[in-house]
Design a binder for this molecule. Structure first.
Ligand SMILES: [Zn+2]
Length: 458
């Protein structure tokens, strides 16, 4: 078995032709990509609530909208679930199904609107999986005798351990379990406007299960003018995370509330898949991958990632946790492994023929840059790996530099990446792209930093 890991595998200082050749097309296409993927675009999209059907006096209609801001076609699967976690069949224009497969062209959009086929109101939720990040919404419209009266739009969200929301008596709450193989329990705690405890309920959701309710159903003694704060927390963190959404409702009028999922901890599985999809999509678009490797995410308590031949990339959640405040650092780690995949699939180590690790670093930095991530993040990834393993000391690093292992000291790896960025951005055809990139992402860095910026008229 050949495995090339991020931390475990000589060194010359040639600036590779391959890098420069890739970078010409890469940095130019990157101008369309970097920084222009909306932060709301995701590959894993969780829609915590939907409603459809009913008799003519009050009908609900569900509409999914997907926008593809990327340069590649999106392949999407949309799964609908009922409250028990069972498939929820709905006609979205292509017949009754609970599992809808479709594509969204690069730069295109798709709208899937239900036929309101059921005479009973169907309630549930949905998950979409896309091959590239998408923006999306699910809207459910209220019709009275065929006339639209109101529409509520729910944005996709990510699993969380803590959700915080404004609360009043009529607040609408939806909670779903994204795990297919285990139930999830959540505590719902209600505080008044001064933060004083009012009451608490616990909910248990079956695998892929869902519940939705108005606050007064579970807190019936609230006065009409009550308002306060609702906190939904996992009863068994960190395993049992959940998906949630709330909707402000006041005397028959409805309005949106800010997303309440906690910023921390991030949902690592989703982040790994999101970053992985962006890197792989960039590599496929550039033609530097023959086929897509399989991604395996592991909970093994080891801070590492590795590539196996041209077929498989393994990312440990422990590595994602180490660099959990920086998607760009994760992008470098993943793109480094994709660099090894390129070496295998294309028999290409031309960026540094003397050292497969430096070669993967260079390929990875370029790929991460072209996928819209910050190339400087390589420094964070490598330094944190050294720090977390207790190998950051000068003497240890000196030893690693002299050791036969190809990884060498992280200082040397950073130096090579610096040289690469300087060399690539010195190419006449790439200079403008580097300047443009730097002017958007790093406008205040000094001129001598790589990705040199143009000088500004005073
Ligand atoms: Zn490696």
């Amino acid at each position: 078995m050949v495995s090339q890991s991020l931390t475990a595998l000589s060194c010359s200082v040639t600036i590779p032709h391959m890098t420069v050749r890739i970078s010409l097309s890469i940095l130019l296409t990157c101008l369309c990509a970097f920084g222009q993927i909306p932060s709301s675009a995701h590959t894993d999209l969780y829609f915590p609530q939907l409603a459809d059907g009913g008799d003519a006096a009050q009908q609900w209609q569900t509409t999914f909208t997907f926008v593809n801001p990327c340069l590649s076609e999106a392949r999407v699967r949309l799964f609908l679930f009922d409250n028990d976690g069972k498939p929820l069949a709905m006609d979205l224009g292509n017949g009754l199904a609970a599992d809808h497969t479709f594509t969204v062209p690069a730069g295109g959009s798709r709208v899937l609107r239900s036929k309101i086929a059921s005479s009973a109101i169907q309630v549930g939720w949905a998950i979409a999986r896309s091959s590239v990040p998408l923006q999306a919404t699910v809207a459910f419209r209220v019709l009275e005798n065929g006339v639209a009266r109101q529409e509520i739009t729910s944005q996709p969200t990510l699993p969380t351990l803590v959700y915080t929301s404004f609360a009043n008596r009529d607040l609408g709450v939806a909670i779903a379990n994204a795990w297919s193989d285990m139930p999830v329990r959540v505590n719902v705690v209600l505080l008044d406007k001064d933060g004083v405890f009012v009451g608490q309920r616990q909910f248990s959701l079956p695998p892929l299960g869902h519940t939705s309710f108005n606050l007064m159903q579970y807190f019936p003694d609230l006065p009409d003018d009550f308002y306060g704060v609702l906190q939904i927390t996992s009863a068994n963190p960190p395993q049992e995370d959940f998906v949630a959404w709330t909707l402000n409702a006041d005397r028959g009028m409805i309005s949106a509330l800010p997303p309440g999922a906690a910023e921390w901890p991030v949902s690592h599985w989703e982040r790994i898949r999101l970053v992985y999809r962006r890197i792989i999509d960039t590599a496929l678009r550039l033609g530097v991958l023959r086929y897509e490797p399989e991604l395996i995410i592991s909970n093994a308590p080891v801070i590492n990632a590795f590539a196996w031949k041209g077929d498989l990339i393994l990312i440990n959640v422990a590595l994602s946790e180490l660099i959990s405040d920086s998607p760009s650092e994760l992008a470098f780690a993943i793109a480094h492994e994709v660099g090894h995949i390129i070496q295998w699939q294309l028999n290409d180590q031309s960026d540094d023929p003397t050292n497969p690790e430096f070669d993967a670093d260079i390929k990875g930095t370029m790929l991460a840059l072209l996928a819209g991530y910050d190339p400087y993040a390589a420094a964070g990834t490598l330094a944190k790996l050294s720090m977390a393993s207790g190998r950051a000391g000068l003497i240890t690093q000196f030893g690693e530099q002299l050791a036969p292992d190809a990884h060498k000291s992280f200082n040397t790896r950073l130096e090579r990446l610096y040289d690469t960025l300087v060399a690539v951005c010195s190419e006449p055809t790439v200079q403008d792209a580097c300047k443009a990139y730097k002017s958007v992402v790093h406008p205040h860095l000094p001129p001598a930093a790589p990705l040199k910026a143009g000088s500004r008229l005073k």
